[in-house]
Design a protein around this ligand. Structure first.
Ligand SMILES: *[C@@H]1O[C@H](CO)[C@@H](O)[C@H](O)[C@H]1NC(C)=O
Length: 470
């Protein structure tokens, strides 16, 4: 209080000045005018002496690709980002960042707009400015944060709800669930969101059918069943009537009950800034194709308990036994699987990468494999085919292998029988998928269709083709 009083005194004197204060004020004023004139003359001198200064600067910044793209792709509808209270997004990120900074546990690193820590180069040329790298140690559950950063500066974004065909509700439900353990009032924030949406004319206009939500965790986490164990917050989010009318983008959709859910890729480590970044990486993988000396690779850990775990254990044992398989044993203490360079290096040295289900059907590892040009081998159609239809070729056999249960105990034999030419063709298809499954760097003026643009294109088709049934 005291300091506030002191601060207010000078302004009081300024408005009711004494005569001596006035004369010094006049002197000060003359001084300011004189100095300003000198400054202007000096600027004029500078401009005439170094006329190239300004053009050179702008030339360089456009070279770096910083100038925003001016036009909106006509296949993407104008969209509006709802302004929500920060407790639905920014506060959650902030809480997470401070917890990550403190202890590094319980919270993914969502710094750098969700991308995480920049990585030293994983590719051939090592001398890239770390501020301009396209590689980050991205956490698998940060899709919602990256998506938000990507669309904030998107050329199809409009700030006028009346001009929008599509509406994005930026609630970081996954991060909220990850960071809040709430046995009581678990759904409080989700219910509050639904009430808020219901109060908005833009939402009521079509009952929410032109609205979408992006969640970076599996949809199972938000469709609580009575028998489900408690793990976090807003477990009933996707069952709320308001959300049931919306389109939900999620890293894993519910294969049977996810009528309004669509799979988006787990984020991997590559966040290209330009189409050239993508082309360079693809070219490197094609060159590398000849040096793939292993038939298959398995990156994963033992999981105790269930029937699924028994299959994983069997695959792992087959990999360790075979001299044609390259294993990486993930154990939390060893941190081997926290090292993106190591994972990509292993996957780049094998033709096939085994993708058995983990705790749920899908794994981030599928997208790491694609990024490394390694052909994914699935045990379930729900690990990818029924999930990411927007992103993957229509024919699964063009880019992947699905092992039938009677093949699970002879993986090497099955994979070795696939003809070399077929393998090469599948790998080409996998490498072609890389831009689509990558989240472009949010700072980039994206010159290719990345995971976010593909989602926006498909959302647009949905909202335009099905005016009432969305
Ligand atoms: C969801 O859509 C139905 C019509 O399909 C509508 O009757 C209902 O009011 C909508 N729900 C909400 C919460 O707006």
């Amino acid at each position: 209080m005291a300091s506030k009083d002191e601060e207010s005194k000078p302004s009081f004197f300024f408005f009711f000045p004494s005569s001596s204060f006035c004369s010094s004020l006049l002197f000060g004023f003359r001084c300011v005018v004189f100095v300003s004139l000198c400054y202007l003359l000096w600027l004029r001198f500078l401009f005439h002496t170094f006329p190239l200064l300004a053009p050179t600067r702008s030339g360089r910044s456009s070279q770096l690709g910083r100038s925003p793209p001016a036009t909106c792709d006509p296949s993407i509808a104008r969209f509006y980002i709802h302004r929500l209270h920060p407790r639905f997004n920014a506060d959650i990120v902030q809480r997470c960042l401070s917890r990550y900074a403190c202890c590094g546990v319980d919270c993914p690193d969502v710094g750098h707009s969700g991308l995480g820590r920049p990585l030293l180069r994983l590719t051939a040329d090592a001398d890239v400015d770390p501020d301009l790298t396209s590689w980050y140690a991205t956490h698998p559950l940060s899709a919602e944060v990256i998506f938000h950063a990507r669309v904030e500066r998107h050329p199809c974004r409009t700030t006028d709800p009346a001009a929008a065909e599509l509406f994005y509700v930026p609630f970081f439900a996954g991060l909220h669930a990850t960071t809040s353990f709430r046995p009581k009032n678990r759904d409080a924030l989700a219910v509050e969101l639904a009430e808020h949406l219901n109060s908005l004319p833009a939402f009521r206009r079509r009952g929410g059918r032109d609205h979408f939500l992006v969640v970076g965790r599996t949809s199972w986490d938000f469709m609580r069943k009575p028998a489900c164990p408690d793990f976090g917050a807003n477990q009933g989010l996707l069952l709320l009537p308001e959300v049931a009318n919306m389109t939900v983008l999620t890293v894993e959709r519910h294969p049977w009950e996810g009528r309004n859910q669509f799979g988006i890729p787990y984020p991997s480590y590559f966040h290209p800034r330009t189409a050239e970044d993508v082309a360079d990486w693809q070219a490197e993988l094609r060159r590398f194709a000849r040096t793939r000396s292993f038939l298959f690779a398995f990156v994963g850990g033992w999981q105790p308990g269930s029937e699924k775990a028994a299959v994983r254990t069997s695959l792992m044992a087959q990999c360790w036994k075979s001299n044609r398989c390259l294993p990486v044993h993930c154990e939390p203490i060893l941190h081997k699987c926290d090292d993106p360079g190591r994972i990509l290096d292993v996957m780049r040295r094998a033709d096939f990468c085994l993708q058995p289900p983990g705790e749920s059907f899908t794994r981030r590892s599928t997208f790491e494999a694609i990024l490394a040009g390694c052909i994914p081998v699935f045990l379930s159609e729900h690990s990818a085919y029924s999930q990411y239809q927007w992103y993957l070729p229509a024919r699964p056999e063009d880019w992947s292998v699905l092992l039938k249960p009677d093949q699970w105990d002879r993986v090497e034999e099955v994979l070795a029988r696939i003809h070399r030419n077929v393998v090469a063709k599948m790998r080409d298809t996998v490498i072609e998928l890389i831009p689509r499954i990558s989240y472009a760097h949010p700072d980039s003026s994206v010159g290719f269709q990345d995971a976010v643009n593909i989602a926006l294109i498909e959302l647009t088709k949905r909202v335009r083709s099905n005016q009432d049934g969305l």
